[in-house]
Structure formats: C-alpha cells, structure tokens
Design a protein around this ligand. Structure first.
Ligand SMILES: [Zn+2]
Length: 239
C-alpha cells in the first residue's frame, strides 16, 4: 500500500509548529518571573535604604538627647560654680564645664554629620521609590503583554491541534499504530524528510534498498535514527 508522503510532510510541519507554539507558551511565564525578580530587587533596595535612614534617625535623636542632657548639666555646674567658696572647687567645676563643652562640640559635629546623611538618605528613598514604581509598571506591562500573547498562543495551539488530529485521522492503519507509538515520545522528531541521499535528521546515507522502498512510497523508518521517512518536496526523482 502506498503512503501519502504529502500527508506525512503536512503532519511533520504541524508537529514542528506545535513544538514552536509550546516553546513560546513556556517562555511567557519565565519572562514574567524575570520582571518580578527585578521588582523584588527594587523592593529590597527600598527596604534597605529606609532601614538605614531609620537607624541614622534614631542615632541622631539619641545624640541630640545626650547633647541636651549635657547642656542642662553644664547649666547646673555653672550655677553651682557661682555659689562655691574655694578656689579649688571653682577650678574643678571650670574643668568639668570645659570638658562637657568639648564633648558637646564633638557631639554637635556628629549630629550635623548624621543630619546630612539623613538628608542624602531622604533623596535615596525618593530615588528607590521611583525605581520601584518604574519596575512595578514594567512588570505590569510585561504581564499584560504576555497574558495577551498566551491567550492568542493558546487559541493558536488549539487550532493547530485540531488540524493535526484531522490529518492524523487520514493516516493509513499500519502507519497510524507506529506513528502514535512514536509521536508521544518524539514529537516532531517522529519524522525525517529525505532527498533520497541522506536522512534529513541524522544525515545517515540512505541505502539503495531504502531508496527503492521510498520510491515505491512504502512506510520506511530510518535505520539509524528510527524516524519515519518521507521524500522531501521538489526532490528530483530518478527517471
Ligand atoms: Zn535518520
């Protein structure tokens, strides 16, 4: 019984098309995942910079409290100094006041430095928020685009799947069994086209025996890779 190689060619084309559609369907969620990972990184950035700002703010508050406490103590020492009788005591208080004043000068510098740092961190928070906002918009865009693509790919898959089933139903009985056994595992690799010289999949030379079987349009498997062979379109046939 002759095999319709044009039918095999058509089924092979449809299998390749389905394979390509499935590849694209798999890529979609991966693209969304990439956008989501980028967004997560910006969320983390923002959290980090906010945390640093909070810590700096707390450190500045603590130092300001210390500064005020020490200022109050200096005032106390000054009023105490007014009431002392001995020179020695006066001297001691002077030294304490001067030590506290020096410590407060250092503290003031530290506070100023911290306030400057907080100001920079405020700007960094704004920048991080902008970055995150952009990333969120980007994720949303990617999701919308991919979801639309997926919907059209899925309906395309369905249409091509139907086309495949219609063509498969035209396969003659003996090939049909072999075909269904193989296609589950191999997909588009079920078939290989040949120009009568080599197998189009594994490039093994076609033996004269196989060549004549092909010319008689028989059901032929490549002896090397096991693909179901069919003659390539527009192959010059020996006269
Ligand atoms: Zn082969």
């Amino acid at each position: 019984m002759e095999v319709d190689y044009a039918l095999l060619r058509t089924i092979h084309r449809i299998l390749r098309q389905l394979n390509d559609l499935n590849d694209r369907l798999e890529k979609g969620p991966r693209q969304i995942a990439i956008a989501e990972r980028a967004e997560d990184a910006f969320v983390k950035d923002l959290q980090d910079v906010k945390e640093t700002r909070l810590k700096s703010r707390m450190a500045a508050d603590e130092k300001q409290l210390q500064l005020r406490e020490r200022e109050a103590r200096i005032e106390e020492l000054k009023s105490k100094r007014n009431g002392v009788a001995s020179n020695r005591e006066y001297q001691l208080l002077n030294e304490q006041i001067s030590a506290d004043q020096q410590a407060n000068a250092v503290l003031s510098d530290e506070i100023l430095e911290l306030l400057e740092k907080i100001e920079n961190l405020d700007a960094a928070v704004v920048q991080s928020e902008t970055n995150l906002d952009k990333a969120q918009q980007e994720t949303k865009k990617v999701e919308e685009r991919i979801n639309a693509e997926m919907a059209s790919l899925e309906s395309e898959c369905e249409r091509v799947g139907q086309e495949l089933a219609e063509n498969e139903s035209c396969l003659p009985g003996e090939i049909k069994v072999e075909y269904h056994r193989v296609v589950e595992k191999r997909g588009e690799e079920t078939f290989a086209e040949t120009d009568l010289n080599t197998c189009g999949r594994c490039f093994t030379l076609i033996t004269p025996q196989t060549q004549s079987e092909l010319l008689m349009k028989q059901s032929v498997l490549c002896k090397s890779c096991g693909s179901i062979l069919y003659i390539k379109e527009n192959t010059a046939l020996p006269s």
